[in-house]
Design a protein around this ligand. Sequence first.
Ligand code: GDP
Ligand code: MN
Length: 386
Amino acid sequence: MKIHEYQAKELFRQYSVPVPEGKAVFSVEEAKEAAQNLDGFPVVVKAQIHAGGRGKGGGVKLASSMEEVETLANEILGMTLVTRQTGPEGRVVKKLLIEAGQKIEKELYLSLLVDRATASIVIMASRDGGMDIEQVAEKTPERIVKVHVDPLMGIQGYQLRQVGFGLELPAAAMKQFSQLLSNLYKFFAAKDCSLAEINPLILTADDQVLALDAKVDFDSNALYRHKELMELRDLDEEDLMEVEASKYNLNYINLDGNVGNIVNGAGLAMATMDIIKNAGAAPANFMDVGGGASSEQVENAFRIILADDKVKAVLINIFGGILRCDNFARGVVDAAKKTGINIPVVVRMEGTNVEEGKKILDDANLGLASAVDLIDAAEQIAASVN
Ligand code: GDP
Ligand code: MN
């Protein structure tokens, strides 16, 4: 689960990770008031959306007077901000962070993330902050310091120093940086983060370090342990259909293609997407209704996919195990009755109670095409969309 920069900074404050003074606001009036409460100018006006690259897209600007705060707040609130992370459709800005402007001596990069390969938490740091870290990693990988922390041992003093030296910090900033990193690690572990990224972490002229930006992602599977974090979820920033699917515990991800698919089991869903691609078409979604889905869940899954305008055909691929084929078929029939089907649907079904399932679908007369196997299903689907 992603959160906004202002929310991440609030959490940083709780863990004594230094951040600039600032306040989140929803209107131009509030923006002026928040700026008034800061200690002079410049004041930074920052769009709050769940995507990075806001600066380049025109979503982060410096104001040197109250009039400018007003102009910028007016301009940024409500704008459709397009960044390299939002896709071409962009995101409408509904909130701003009004922050005390900082005098930047140096922009650095610092992040913590879970590294599955080594089962550790990896700290990444670079002197080249403020820019795309992917570019630094590609062109000058030697300028990124990586330190792996064993989660059972926790972060060690020598590791804090290793990162600090890697950033070539002046001696006067070293102690404060160690504290910052140690606190950031505590936050990361305590809240089950999957990512905590500070880009840029800045060094000021008087050798202070602080987080100018904050990007945090929590492990959604651990959210049940953190009721306080669930309140930070912003449904406005999430895909509408994904939010709808999550209500029914469906594992759904919206994609760009035009072949909707409904599958039980994540592995089978991945394989189905591959086979759709192989046949020359493109999946419109990933949808795993789960091994033990009820016919009601199937109905909701089908309804969500049929409501998607870009879907021109649907491939249903079910292996009846815990979810029996007859139960699955009932879900499909119920959804079809409610929504109506006006696009080609190909069904490939195997497993427990398959004959019964097929009979239910046939009797309902929905005009579904059945496939003998998965290759046949994918070819039929590709033929209908191409
Ligand atoms: P992002 O573009 O979404 O990553 O947003 P950031 O919060 O990283 O801001 C983008 C850039 O704006 C930073 O890299 C800084 O160069 C600049 N910026 C942000 N806050 C300040 C500030 O207080 N003072 C100055 N001088 N520049 C700032
Ligand atoms: Mn940034």
